[in-house]
Design a protein around this ligand. Structure first.
Ligand SMILES: Cc1cc2nc3c(=O)[nH]c(=O)nc-3n(C[C@H](O)[C@H](O)[C@H](O)COP(=O)(O)OP(=O)(O)OC[C@H]3O[C@@H](n4cnc5c(N)ncnc54)[C@H](O)[C@@H]3O)c2cc1C
Length: 317
């Protein structure tokens, strides 16, 4: 039975550590303990970025669906493979052929041992386990006017469910639009945990409001002197907000409240793991001229990295 995977032990750790902006750090000993902690405390979303594709036909898929009693498990069938993320696999593993476990033991040795032990491995047992790392941090990175997007990994088997993981750094208002794309998984920096690396996007020019479309802009700067004056005031506002934030956190105001003064121009950072059919849908919707310029630039960058395959055309709605 052919089993393909995307990710590693470290991938889950990276997606968990992005919460405090430390996703690039590797410390095998602590990473393994973190995996055990995530598993035993049901911090499950980082496990969604590791993907399992099991070669099989619709009969195998239907037989698994038939036995599933947990309605939250998501197993998809596309192009001769059953597709699921590691969270869904862990929640339904008893229904899959046992030979798949061997592949997971090889590709995600720490995670799979933690799962098989029910999270009961001791520190000494964890220390002895192999641990798999990502071979590169980013395969490719493209800057946009308001941030950047990087390709972490992809699993391409020529199906509508091929999977991709990206890291995105963008302003909060772009992230809010992006997170409406629900078919996929996200793990994001948490401003409750960390004041690490707070950055802001300040546009080069302020675009005018479109007259024909209530939610759009036109590619024309606001008249001078207002453009320069407002940009100057935005910079001062951002500086002032940051000063207040720092003063408050130094005086023990909780970060989860202090962050309320930071404007929407603040950047956030997240991992996004997405199947091809939802990625193509994102590219279609967000490269469209009706989409906001800032998110359009991200969608164009993603299209440049992994192309558009048109799989979303299967959806009528
Ligand atoms: C120009 C523009 C303006 C927008 N303006 C607004 C706005 O003013 N307010 C606002 O709230 N949103 C707005 N949106 C967001 C928009 O409504 C969608 O939520 C967003 O584009 C994500 O699209 P999606 O649901 O197709 O993607 P995903 O959530 O990634 O879904 C991918 C596909 O999976 C299927 N799917 C996913 N979830 C479900 C479900 N629950 N039921 C059935 N099928 C599902 C569908 O086939 C869908 O196409 C705007 C989007 C654009 C591009």
């Amino acid at each position: 039975m052919k089993v393909e995977v995307m990710g590693s032990d470290q991938r889950v750790v990276r997606c968990a550590r992005v919460s405090f902006g430390k996703d690039e750090a590797v410390d095998e000993k602590r990473d393994k303990r973190l995996i055990r902690y995530l598993y035993t405390h049901k911090h499950a979303s980082p496990f969604e970025h590791n993907i399992v594709a099991v070669e099989g036909d619709k009969r195998l898929w239907l037989s698994i669906l038939d036995r599933l009693e947990n309605p939250s498990v998501q197993v998809y069938f596309s192009g001769g493979y059953l597709w699921l993320n590691l969270r869904s696999f862990i929640n339904s593993s008893e229904h899959f052929p046992k030979e798949i476990y061997e592949v997971l033991r090889d590709k995600f040795p720490t995670i799979w041992s933690v799962v098989e032990s029910g999270g009961r491995l001791t520190d000494e047992e964890l220390d002895k386990l192999p641990y798999t790392l990502d071979s590169v941090f980013l395969r490719e990175k493209i800057e946009t006017s308001s941030g950047w997007v990087g390709l972490v990994d992809k699993l391409e088997l020529g199906t509508d469910m091929d999977y991709y993981t990206f890291i995105v750094e963008c302003p909060l208002f772009v992230a809010r639009q992006w997170h409406r794309h629900r078919f996929g998984s996200y793990n994001e920096i948490s401003r409750r945990y960390t004041a690490y690396d707070i950055k802001f996007y300040v546009p080069q020019v302020l675009r005018k409001q479109a007259k024909s479309n209530k939610q759009a802009s036109v590619d024309e700067p606001v008249d001078e002197p207002y453009n320069s004056e407002f940009l100057d005031r935005i910079s001062k506002l951002v500086e002032g907000a940051m000063e207040l934030y720092e003063e408050m956190t130094e005086r023990e105001v909780a970060r989860e409240l202090a962050r309320g003064v930071l404007p929407q121009f603040m950047k956030t950072r997240y991992y996004w793991t997405v199947p091809r059919i939802a990625l193509d849908n994102f590219i279609t919707l967000r490269t469209h001229e009706g989409a906001q310029k800032e998110i359009r630039e991200f969608a164009e960058a993603i299209r440049d990295m992994v192309e558009y395959r048109g799989t979303d055309k299967k959806n009528r709605l």
